[in-house]
Design a protein around this ligand. Structure first.
Ligand code: CA
Ligand code: CA
Ligand code: CA
Ligand code: CA
Length: 307
């Protein structure tokens, strides 16, 4: 847990702007560096703690979760909001020993909640920033998927299917997932031991003809043409035909489609509140932390256009 440390000043001290050491109260707010969100047509960003029970919350009207997850082409959303009576920032204390999980966003407030202090700021700004990162979870580190090594992940597309390698779960477009072609058998991040069935110097995950029999892997579907050559086995003791150079069937229909790809999406939403006017907290910039919400982890699927 990251401990947030504030120096609290008595209100009289703030107004006079001159206090001796005896007026400064050291005060620790033991909130986590994460926050939650709820609401539909408006959002409440909040964090709570117990012992003693306290909450920090920010309401933003006319903002939805979809809005703040709607990133641009660079995977970024950012916006600054002005605090007001309809966008207030609150610090509250409670006499309750523990706070209920449904403290906010209830049509009917929980009658058992007893607020002992409600400190509110209706001035200042809130800055929200969302950064989306995507990954193919293919066991190949993103740095290695930057095959031309220029630091730009978007211009590396080994199979030219429109999906850059770092989000392409089938890098050679052979309809066998990269992770199933054993790019890193011992999982140490060093791909020099990547599986290379035909020993042609091109690891299987980048080799369109894994057994070197002259028939492309994705065309070795002798049994079922379902964009999965792994389940086409003519001789069981030698495994799938795409890894068996002695099975090279020219009669099999060639592939006409790529398999569906899954791409995981992780949204990191951060909130910073500045220049607010709370009676109890004197700080110029408050790092509210990182949003923890199930909506920040998604998966999208795509089937690349077949050449
Ligand atoms: Ca690709
Ligand atoms: Ca990949
Ligand atoms: Ca391959
Ligand atoms: Ca074969």
């Amino acid at each position: 847990m990251r401990q947030l440390f504030f120096v609290f000043l008595a209100l009289s001290c703030l107004s006079l702007n001159s206090c001796d050491d005896g007026d400064i109260i050291d005060f620790k707010l033991d909130f986590e560096n994460t926050f939650d969100v709820c609401g539909d047509t408006y959002l409440v960003f909040y964090k709570t703690k117990n012992d003693p029970s306290e909450s920090l919350s920010l309401i933003l009207n006319n903002v939805t979760l979809d809005d703040i997850l709607n990133v641009d082409d660079l995977g970024i959303f950012e916006n600054t909001y002005t605090l007001s009576t309809s966008n207030p920032f609150n610090y509250r204390t409670y006499s309750n020993t523990t706070l209920p999980s449904d403290l906010f966003c209830n049509a009917i407030p929980n009658s058992e909640v007893n607020i002992t202090k409600d400190d509110i700021s209706t001035s200042g700004t809130a800055y929200l920033k969302t950064i989306l990162t995507e990954d193919d979870n293919d066991d190949v580190p993103a740095s290695i998927e930057d095959r031309n090594g220029n630091g730009d992940l978007d211009d590396d597309d080994t199979d030219n299917d429109g999906l850059p390698n770092y989000i392409d779960a089938d890098d050679d477009g052979d309809n066998i997932l990269t992770k199933d072609e054993n790019p890193d058998p011992n999982g140490d991040g060093d791909l020099s031991d990547a599986q290379d069935t035909d020993a042609d110097g091109t690891p299987d995950y980048l080799d369109t003809d894994d057994d070197g029999d002259g028939i492309d892997t994705r065309d070795e579907e002798n049994d079922s043409q379902d964009q999965n050559p792994a389940n086409d086995i003519t001789v069981s003791e030698f495994g799938p035909d795409y890894l068996n150079k002695d099975v090279a069937n020219l009669e099999t229909p060639v592939a006409t489609s790529y398999r569906q790809h899954s791409i995981t999406q992780n949204y990191v939403v951060t909130l910073t509140i500045s220049d607010f006017d709370l009676e109890l907290i004197s700080i110029d910039v408050f790092d509210f932390g990182v949003l923890e919400d199930s909506s920040t982890s998604e998966t999208r699927t795509i089937t690349p256009d077949f050449p």
